[in-house]
Design a protein around this ligand. Structure first.
Ligand SMILES: *[C@@H]1O[C@H](CO)[C@@H](O)[C@H](O)[C@H]1NC(C)=O
Length: 429
């Protein structure tokens, strides 16, 4: 894919869209698509944009919704970040491994599960207890902690800001790494008095890599297992994502004053559909965004879509698209002048993977059909890391198979548990 520089204004942006196509009919079609998107976004702003909370407050918690009904003890915690967000954390154990009179000494080592973009902590509990990593780890005696970043349905808002405020959505994965993940690790570490095992998927791996470059965070981590690991994104091949990047949808959404990105809302869903045509089919939307899956339970797809997607911020999408355009793993790019004010440099500082200690044991799994965590980008990540991670390669896996595959247990989750045990830090299980 050609590197694409950000368009600095709407006129340029318009030229990019029309300029890249051959023939007047193509240009007209692209122009029509742009108008359709613009109108649908404007409608969206009127209908959904300013009514604030799209999620009613009196909803069941993640424990109540998915974990307790499956028969697993589960409790809710709230963690406050340095910038005032209130994050939901769930602690799950196995009914058989936990005795009455619940004593922390009886629990296995803490493991924190970090979900991906547009997902929440529910991601680890979407299949049957025998197939879902969250339940499997609990059954094997781990003290399972389920992370949820700001903006998801399982986080609890902010000490002073409301979801309808622009400032509530003024963050990208940079804050998810340096505030949300850092604070969750800190909290679990001080509560359990133990180093943590971390498992991440997709954006959960981006924020893990970024957080692990920080000495005060990584010193509390025993080891990490990363599914679909991402730090560089410039070889993303998912057709719908590539098209959105080329059309500068991220800048357009921000320019129109849309700060919360919720694909459960009507306008955002119609935005996606309006990007499809006869060359890019929307028949399998998940595949056009994440790559072809091998191992979904087809009869559960409606249930998956009931839970997902969770909301994120438009600024986060823009930051991710900056990585695709620029081939960098850096902080948010505000543009030269504001970068100078923010960072004291024209360019945003890089997250240096070379700073992740060689002594941190890493396990990673990647797939041939993963259209987001591309193999070329993954090799770039490996080259930058001082350590040599243990690797699992799955020929037929797409991006979402890593958490939804019905064969996940034998392909991934048993190997993760063996890896954690092989480090010899705990013996009782
Ligand atoms: C797929 O999901 C359905 C509905 O939840 C379930 O009854 C079935 O056992 C699942 N199949 C597999 C192979 O896990």
């Amino acid at each position: 894919m050609d590197p694409i520089q950000p368009a600095s204004n709407i006129y340029q942006w318009q030229q990019r869209i029309t300029g890249g196509c051959k023939g007047a009919r193509m240009r007209r079609r692209r122009l029509l698509a742009t108008v359709a998107i613009t109108v649908s976004i404007l409608l969206g702003i009127t209908v959904h944009g300013f009514d604030g909370d799209s999620h009613p407050k009196q909803q069941p918690s993640l424990c109540q919704e998915l974990i307790l009904p499956a028969g697993y003890p589960c409790s809710e915690y709230t963690v406050q970040t340095k910038d005032g967000f209130l994050l939901g954390l769930q602690r799950v154990s196995s009914s058989s491994s936990l005795r009455l009179g619940d004593d922390d000494g009886e629990r296995g080592p803490p493991v924190l599960l970090m979900h991906g973009l547009f997902m929440g902590g529910d991601a680890w509990f979407l299949n049957s207890p025998e197939q879902s990593l969250g339940f499997i780890l609990a059954d094997r005696g781990f003290d399972v902690w389920v992370g949820n970043v700001r903006g998801t349905r399982w986080s609890h808002g902010h000490v002073s800001l409301l979801e309808k405020h622009k400032k509530f959505w003024d963050w990208s994965w940079q804050e998810l790494a340096l505030y949300d993940l850092a604070e969750m690790i800190n909290y679990i570490n001080s509560l359990t008095n133990s180093k943590l095992y971390v498992v991440g998927h997709s954006q959960g791996t981006i924020i893990s890599f970024a957080a692990f470059t920080q000495p005060e965070v990584v010193e509390k981590v025993e080891a990490a297992a990363l599914l679909s690991p991402i730090s560089y994104l410039d070889h993303v091949s998912a057709p719908l994502v590539v098209r959105m990047v080329k059309m500068h949808i991220d800048q357009m959404i921000l320019a129109m004053g849309v700060h919360q990105l919720d694909f459960k809302s009507e306008w955002a869903a119609s935005l996606l559909v309006s990007l499809c045509d006869n060359r890019l089919s929307c028949d399998d939307m998940v595949a056009s965004i994440t790559g072809k899956n091998c191992c979904f339970n087809e009869s559960r797809v409606a249930f998956y879509l009931d839970q997902e997607p969770h909301a994120s911020s438009s600024k986060n999408l823009h930051h991710l698209f900056q990585m695709i355009r620029q081939g960098t793993f850096s902080k948010y790019d505000y543009g030269m002048l504001k970068n100078l004010i923010q960072y004291g440099n024209f360019k945003p500082p890089k997250f240096d993977l070379g700073r992740i200690p060689k002594s941190l044991p890493l396990w990673m799994a990647y797939g041939r059909n993963d259209a987001l965590a591309d193999i070329t980008d993954f090799q770039h990540t490996l080259k930058d890391l001082p350590s040599t991670p243990e690797l699992v390669y799955l020929e037929n896996y797409g991006h979402m198979d890593f958490i939804l595959s019905i064969q996940g247990k034998q392909d991934l989750y048993d190997p993760i548990i063996s890896f954690f045990k092989s480090l010899g830090k705990f013996s009782s299980m």
